[in-house]
Design a protein around this ligand. Structure first.
Ligand code: SF4
Ligand code: SF4
Length: 108
């Protein structure tokens, strides 16, 4: 989910559509952590070189860090420390439209 001056603040669909996996070096205390790093308690281990945002692999996925109501008003509870997949995801990607469709929202 990109910055706050975007349609994303009234969407959040991508935070409740895809697995969000990243390297543990982005966790709090890690060598490549953004700001404080991703709280380990909000992740689940996958392999020695991969962790996942908790909730993103649930049958009805929703990242544990997502706050608010999808399609209405949302925020990332760890915005400054969110992992790289979230930083790289953008509204220009096809996956944005797929995530929005999954939640009954039209493409941008
Ligand atoms: S699905 Fe698209 S519009 Fe919605 S939060 Fe993600 S990037 Fe933003
Ligand atoms: S960490 Fe934040 S931006 Fe990334 S999926 Fe979770 S709520 Fe969305």
């Amino acid at each position: 989910m990109p910055d706050t001056a975007s349609p994303c603040v009234s969407c959040g669909a991508c935070c409740a559509a895809f697995r969000v996996d990243f390297h543990p070096v982005e966790l709090e205390g890690g060598a490549f952590a953004w700001e404080t790093g991703v709280p380990a308690a909000m992740t689940v281990p996958v392999t020695a070189s991969l962790v996942r945002m908790a909730g993103t692999d649930a049958p009805e996925p929703r990242c544990l860090a997502l706050e608010g109501e999808i399609g209405v008003a949302v925020a990332c509870g760890i915005y400054g420390a969110r992992p790289s997949p979230c930083r790289e995801f953008d509204t220009v990607h096809d996956a944005c439209a797929r995530a929005r469709k999954r939640h009954g929202l039209p493409p941008l």
